[in-house]
Design a protein around this ligand. Sequence first.
Ligand code: AMP
Length: 216
Amino acid sequence: MKIILLGAPGAGKGTIAKQLTLIDGSVQIATGDILRAAIDAQNELGKQAGGYICRGELVPDDLVMTLIESRLQQPDCRSGFLLDGFPRTIPQAEGLNSLLEKLAIKVDIVLNIEAPREVLMDRLTTRRTCANSECQEIYNLISKSPIKEGICDKCGSPIVQRDDETEEAILHRLETYHTKTAPLIGLYKQQGLLVTVQSDVNEGIIDIVKAKLKSI
Ligand code: AMP
């Protein structure tokens, strides 16, 4: 399957993407995870992206476009991909359209996950993430705590609060979502690709996606 996941930070894009990968081996491409891994590796991309991410601002479009252009051409994307956190601006969506045309790839659906603002705030302020950039497993102080406090169940690394998950950075990210990313909803609706779901029906979302994919 070839799916774009839209939704505010905290809407559950990553969780749904992971569940969808189990259906047919399509790969999750989470630009936030890739950028955080680059910061950890202290490579050129990480150096350029670090400040923006810490402040809860979007990384410049050209940096993200370069990253996606090379990632989408890796062999593991051939059987399908789930774009999680990309595109996030109109120029990125336009860039993606041109890139997909060039690669002769057609997106099946754009899954727009909605959640009330209070739910997003609660989820983000209580979210914790594995510090190991190759793992980045997500936990939640209330709904998904690790077996051993502060330690990742999967890889044993410490679990931390992300720099951009302070209340100030979260408010900034939500604001950025509304001004820069939400306009993509209309764009993909016009293209007939949009499927909107509510984040609280977790299990149901996978069934909705499966049914939609069957119908196209
Ligand atoms: P995420 O893990 O998706 O919440 O992304 C964390 C941060 O990475 C965002 O707040 C941005 O600073 C940066 N980022 C991730 N994806 C993009 C993107 N498509 N465009 C610009 N910045 C991005």
